[in-house]
Write a protein that binds this ligand. Structure first.
Ligand code: OSB
Ligand code: MG
Length: 372
């Protein structure tokens, strides 16, 4: 596959319902899609960076810039045999993992098409269906949240994750547990707590949560390890695990007992698979996180979730929870049992709705290999 051109597109898509975390509220997702044009094939990738540098230091305008100036030119004109070859070509640029991941995953997407096999098989997946949970943001009221939990449980979702922060934590967890004593319930703090909150976090044990996700700083293992020794509930790391080396260090330290894998945060399928493998070696289950992806990133998350150590329900939920219309056909659908069925279609397994993509695009730029 010779990389002849790379197209960047920004789509603006309003969310069906705003999404609020401890770092802020999003109403409209600005989605950065990448297309690798190679030998008549089109590999697609999604850069999951946020609108602002709050979840991590990456943000969509920064990702766009680093792709145009540095990462795109490193790939243009090269001949690839596999998505796996991409990380080495981009290694000179430090970090910018979400930007790199979009390019790498687009190459895997093209590779699967070229080989005529499903992307999930190319990734060495084994599952024919994956288990789904939902992530529910901070709402305007407790009642609104309880209503949403009710709707998602009725739809079949197997695990409910609640976003928490100081002032929106024990009260909502208490109420949710009182209504649903036996469901798989977890919480995600996106780094909202500090060393002063250990006693407070210990009090979460009474809610019998499946996990507490990323309670402390986004770059920390050491204090998470200290906290994990003091709480019964499993700690799960999201933001802090950026590579397989991080996973190894965190697990050796005992910083968590569960790992959230987001292919964008880690910077592409190759190292996401390596994180999966490290966790498996430690006997630690992983699950697939989400970044409010459009259908492109969502289909990649579905494929990744078929690997064997994805043993807990992911934040990979139905397209319609996010978008009035998704840009893929069919949309990602979740069964009444809370699962997504995996098909044998080659490539990412979902077609693109080019017309809809066009109409949602607010900016576009194509980089071309210099002709000799
Ligand atoms: O921490 O998992 C997170 C969304 C944006 C940024 C960070 C996170 C999230 C989610 C949403 O929890 C997961 C999803 O439904 O895509
Ligand atoms: Mg998280």
């Amino acid at each position: 596959m010779k990389i002849e051109a790379i197209t960047l597109r920004e789509l603006q898509i309003p969310l069906v319902h705003f999404f609020e975390t401890s770092f802020g509220r999003t109403y409209t997702r600005r989605v950065l899609l990448l297309t690798l044009h190679c030998d008549g094939l089109e590999g697609w990738g999604e850069c999951v960076a946020g609108e602002d540098p709050y979840y991590s230091e990456e943000y969509i305008d920064g990702a766009w810039d680093v792709i145009v100036r540095y990462l795109g030119p490193s790939l243009l004109g090269t001949t690839l045999h596999a998505g796996r070859e991409v990380p080495t070509l981009l290694a000179k640029v430090r970090e910018h993992r979400m930007a790199k991941g979009a390019l790498e995953n687009a190459a895997w997407d093209a590779e699967a098409q070229e080989k005529g096999i499903p992307l999930w098989k190319l990734l060495n997946g084994t599952r024919r269906e994956i288990a789904c949970g939902v992530s529910l943001g901070i709402q305007d009221s407790h009642d609104q949240l309880l209503q949403k939990i009710d709707i998602e449980l009725a739809a079949g979702y197997q695990r409910i994750k609640l976003k928490v922060k100081q002032g929106w934590d024990v009260d909502v967890l208490e109420k949710a547990r009182a209504c649903w004593p036996d469901i798989l319930l977890s919480c995600d703090a996106n780094s909202a707590y500090t060393l002063n909150d250990f006693e407070h976090l210990k009090s979460f044990d009474r809610f019998k949560l499946l996990m507490i996700e990323q309670p402390l700083w986004s770059d920390d293992f050491y204090f998470h390890a200290r906290l994990q020794k003091q709480v019964q509930t499993a700690i799960c790391l999201d933001e802090a695990i950026r590579s397989s080396r991080d996973a190894e260090a965190a697990l050796e330290l005992g910083a968590c007992r569960i790992v959230n894998i987001k292919v964008g945060r880690i910077g592409g399928f190759s190292d996401a698979i390596a994180v999966h493998d490290v966790a498996q070696r430690f006997g630690v289950p992983v699950w697939c996180g989400g970044m409010l992806e459009s259908g492109v990133g969502r289909s990649h998350n579905v494929a990744l979730s078929t690997l064997p150590n994805f043993k807990l329900p992911g934040d990979v939920s139905a397209s319609k929870r996010y978008w009035k219309e998704d840009i893929i056909e069919p949309e990602v659908e979740v069964s009444p049992q809370g699962t997504i069925a995996i098909t044998d279609k080659p490539g990412r397994g979902y077609d693109l709705r080019q017309d809809l993509i066009e109409s949602l695009t607010v900016r576009q730029e194509t980089l071309r290999a210099a002709s000799r």
